[in-house]
Design a protein around this ligand. Structure first.
Ligand code: 13P
Length: 357
């Protein structure tokens, strides 16, 4: 066998277009910025509105997202915004497409491309993410609409017998096929396997499950020829379940998360970004800060954020569906984004007492 025949496609970073994708992936995780996720599906966005008594209308969803993308100074702390299918098709009140408005503000537009989580047959309580059918064509259309990166989320629930091997393998395989299709199309894939916080499991169990999931995800990514230099991993921190009586300190969470990621994520991966997953905004930021201020070991990848609720929540409450509150909501959004920018630098100081959720 020649040495050429022995080469694995996944290690080739000289494929046509791949240098562009590597640069595009690096541009999403510059030194102290992060991603903002506003890609909640219509039902999820409506649920957040309903909790605050905001009318669940398309117009309100559009107005709220317009408020976010037009926040003055957002680009100082946010490198990219993840939109949902509804929003990327819409225009702001000024008649410009959301992706264009973002690009004009030096924020990279991204798009959530999965079609949600569905019950995994034969595995009660477990979910598989769907959306591979027709994905190649949809990715081309999203790229034409201005998207430069994409996101696909899989979820894993910790229980006495879950996640099962079937759930881990099915979701890892789908994530890898999605990521390969993104790179073929010229979009940077954000690969998001999320181990959920629901339950009374310990942080140690979350660490074991997250490690197992990541091993399978990177094995599938490799098998499917995904170039890790041209993708981001979006992942949960290693956290105790919401109902676990023992809630670790910020420093212990940081240490467990770093250990888990160092064991499983190739050093060549362009970057790691965290989801907030139901943590309070303050805790998500403080934990990110602790991860970035840990003195040793030096982390091989940029470690940032791709928060939804942990950045949006105060702004949504303040806005409350009223145009008159938009400017105050934008100030709150910018504040939360800048808090996380501080955390990327390891310089965040919480103004409140941190109580684990
Ligand atoms: P949260 O930060 O609210 O968990 O949302 C991030 C996200 O994009 C989940 O897919």
């Amino acid at each position: 066998m020649t040495s050429t025949a022995a080469r694995e496609p996944a290690t080739e970073i000289d494929r046509p277009g791949i240098a562009y994708l590597v640069a595009a992936a690096n541009a999403l995780v510059p030194a102290d910025k992060g991603l903002l996720a506003i890609d909640e599906s219509i039902p999820t966005c409506n649920k957040r509105f309903a909790a605050l008594g905001i009318a669940e209308t398309e117009d309100n969803r559009r107005s709220y997202r317009e408020l976010i993308v037009t926040t003055p100074g957002l680009a100082d702390s946010i490198s990219g915004v993840i939109l949902c299918d509804e929003t990327i098709r819409e225009n702001t009140s000024g008649g410009h497409a959301f992706a264009t408005v973002l690009a004009n503000r030096d924020i990279v537009p991204g798009i959530k491309v999965d079609r949600g989580t569905h019950p995994l047959a034969g595995h009660p309580g477990e979910k598989v993410t769907e959306g591979l059918d027709g994905l190649r064509e949809r990715l081309v259309r999203y790229a034409e609409s201005g998207a430069r990166f994409a996101k696909w989320r899989a979820v894993f629930t910790i229980g006495p017998a879950t996640p099962s091997r079937a759930c881990i393998e099915a979701n890892a395989h789908a994530l890898a096929r999605y990521a390969a299709l993104c790179q073929e199309t010229g979009l940077v894939p954000v690969v998001e396997p999320e181990v959920l916080m629901t339950g009374d499991h310990t942080a140690a169990r979350c660490g074991e499950v997250t490690e197992t999931v990541l091993r399978e995800v990177f094995s599938q990514l490799h098998m499917n020829g995904v170039v890790v230099e041209a993708m981001l991993l979006k992942i949960n921190m290693v956290l105790p379940g919401l109902d676990c009586p023992i809630q670790e300190s910020v420093e212990d969470v940081a240490e467990a998360t770093i250990s888990c990621l160092r064991r499983t994520v190739p050093a060549a991966t362009a970057g790691i970004v965290f989801l907030s997953g139901g943590q309070s905004g303050d805790l998500a930021t403080a934990r990110l800060d602790a991860i970035n201020s840990a003195e040793l070991p030096i982390l091989p990848w940029p470690v940032g954020f791709s928060y939804g609720r942990a950045i949006q929540q105060p702004a949504l409450s303040i806005w409350d569906g009223q145009d008159a509150n938009a400017a105050a909501a934008q100030r709150a959004l910018r504040q939360r984004a800048e808090n996380n920018q501080d955390a990327r630098r390891g310089k965040y100081t919480s103004s409140t007492v941190l109580t684990p959720t």
